[in-house]
Design a protein. Sequence first.
Length: 318
Amino acid sequence: MGVTPRRIRVALCAMNPDRVSEFELGPRLTELVGRLAWPGMQFERADNYILDRLRADAAHTTALAECEAAIQHAGLRGRLREILIANLLAPWLPPFCNCCTGMMIESKNKPRRSSQDDILFIDTSIAPPVLTNVNGPEGVFLYNSVLLRIEVKSTVTREAVSEFIDASSEIVRMDFDKQPNCKTKFTKPYNILVAFKSDSSSEEWDYEFHRFLDVMKQKALLPPLSGFVSAICVVDKGFWFLKGFSKTERSWYRQDTDTKEDRLAHLVAKASNTAYRAHAERQGRDPSQGLEVGIGSSISGTVFQLPASGGEEVGESY
């Protein structure tokens, strides 16, 4: 029995659904597709698949986090939730990066008040980690190799925001160990705050972000657009992040979503992009001139620029 070749629409560019192409399948592939497909079937765009995959992982993480709420020991409960976030992020990092926990040190060995960091993205191609166990995530890590730092809270409070800002500003004041003739100015490790819920009952869209700005203003440290804090994710409230790597384009945005899964999914996407970009920069290369991209480059979403960061609140796709 003969088979008529079918034309299958295939999205060539996940970031631009209008750029599509059609091609003819050979007889054997056509027969196989004919058995599996139905009239009018189209393949899903790649970004839909990846975002749905991230959402599924995020839903699993939030479900497990709710289970951990039954654990009475606050320290153990907190550590288990740190592990949940690390497990969510790890598959989407560059192959030379590890999710670790422990202490970072710089070459001059300056003392730090905050000696324990929940989650660190460590680039082992830059400097070797000093692990307590060869197969474990705990250890001491040279500042040069730290791409990103994440602080995890079960519940975010004003005090927790204050402690996060203090620790982040301390990280920014640390120095890289450069080669003698190196003139390159490297970006310091990015800092992200993740909390599963808030102590606030406010229904205001951007309450957590405004609380963050208020604490920063009281401390009179670096300005919010300086980049030493790059994202805040409160799973049951919202996801806010700094967008734009050049100072003239930099602004804070809110992810336009009201689901926990989407907030965590876009957190993973941002962290993945950040890790790839930071790795290229630490290697002494211009990230904009290479093909290295994180998983965030393969999904789309709508974000809103926040007035507090210097612009009007308008919808924008990225």
